[in-house]
Design a protein around this ligand. Structure first.
Ligand SMILES: NC(=O)C1=CN([C@@H]2O[C@H](COP(=O)(O)OP(=O)(O)OC[C@H]3O[C@@H](n4cnc5c(N)ncnc54)[C@H](OP(=O)(O)O)[C@@H]3O)[C@@H](O)[C@H]2O)C=CC1
Ligand SMILES: O=C(O)C1=N[C@H](C(=O)O)C[C@H](O)C1
Length: 264
């Protein structure tokens, strides 16, 4: 039996790619394509909006559905609303949206006590592998004699609404834990004084249609390591979200990441 999937934010940049890829997957049946009440495409066929064949699934607002699992690529407030919905109907949920406030993250963590949730700022296998490499590099370089300066540079399209990216923040968490660093510095300007060894620096570049790029710089005296991962289109995220959705069905309540989905 194919997994019955609902996609929240289905007319967005990511939602459309999830619809397009899931509609070609014999293990998936798209049963709902959800959008905001103000979406001008409501009622139109989700497959056609995604640039493909008619699926017989109109874009609609959130309501009861036959979904086994929900994928969310929307905005933080709508993400919280879909968590509420999934709690009410006891549905597994893959949250790919970024930019949540800390109280919203707490709400999601609490919800995961009742339903299974995959919550990950990047669904890409390559990005999650580089997270693993970052953890290894951080642990190895922690006590490097000359000291190590870690800076995280992310580049995204001009339409992105949150900065730094959720992925950059996650890279920062990994580095902070591996290297026991405590200060997070966002950009620099003016007479800042010398860089302190406790800092992790974040730099958010916004240009054109870049679908996402992250570089983790480990700067030492005499040598530099850069771990870089760049998407050339959004399909890596859509494929990862679909993989996570299939993996999540039947799992017990809990908070999972792509680390668990990918077995990293
Ligand atoms: N984890 C990952 O791998 C990735 C995460 N992302 C994150 O996913 C999110 C979406 O990105 P992207 O697709 O580029 O953004 P878009 O703005 O293109 O898409 C967001 C969609 O959500 C819709 N939406 C807004 N409010 C609601 C609501 N109340 N109910 C249902 N739908 C709603 C928007 O509709 P409308 O335009 O009508 O408001 C829009 O169609 C971002 O937070 C981004 O950072 C992106 C790529 C990868
Ligand atoms: O908004 C995007 O486009 C992306 N957002 C995610 C993030 O904030 O980390 C993931 C990816 O880099 C694309």
């Amino acid at each position: 039996m194919p997994t019955k999937l609902a996609i929240h934010g289905a007319a967005g940049r990511m939602g459309r790619r999830v619809v397009a890829i899931a509609s070609q997957d014999s293990q998936i049946e798209i049963v709902a394509a959800l959008e905001s009440a103000g979406c001008r495409l409501l009622g139109q066929d989700a497959g056609v909006v995604a640039g493909g064949e008619k699926l017989g699934v109109p874009l609609s607002v959130v309501g009861e559905s036959a979904a086994d699992v929900v994928i969310d690529f929307s905005v933080p407030d709508a993400g919280i609303a879909i968590v509420d919905h999934c709690l009410k109907f006891k549905k597994p949920l893959v949250i790919a949206t970024t930019g949540f406030e800390s109280d919203q993250k707490e709400f999601i963590a609490k919800a995961a006590q009742q339903i299974p949730i995959v919550f990950a700022p990047s669904m890409s296998t390559a990005v999650n592998l580089v997270m693993k490499l970052t953890e290894i590099a951080g642990k190895v370089l922690k006590d490097y004699p000359s000291g190590v300066d870690v800076e995280i540079i992310e580049r995204h399209h001009r339409f992105k609404e949150d900065a730094p990216s959720g992925t950059a923040l996650k890279f920062g968490e990994i580095v902070a834990e591996a290297m026991e660093l405590t200060q997070h510095v966002h950009g620099r300007e003016g007479r800042t004084g010398k860089r302190t060894p406790q800092e992790i620096g974040y730099h958010a570049v916004r240009t054109g249609d870049n679908p996402g790029e992250h570089t983790i710089v480990f700067g030492m005296l005499g040598e530099t390591i850069e771990l870089r991962v760049a998407a050339s289109n959004r399909d890596c995220y859509a494929q990862g979200a679909i993989l996570a959705a299939k993996w999540l069905v039947g799992k017990p309540a809990g908070m999972y990441g792509m680390k668990e989905v990918l077995g990293l």
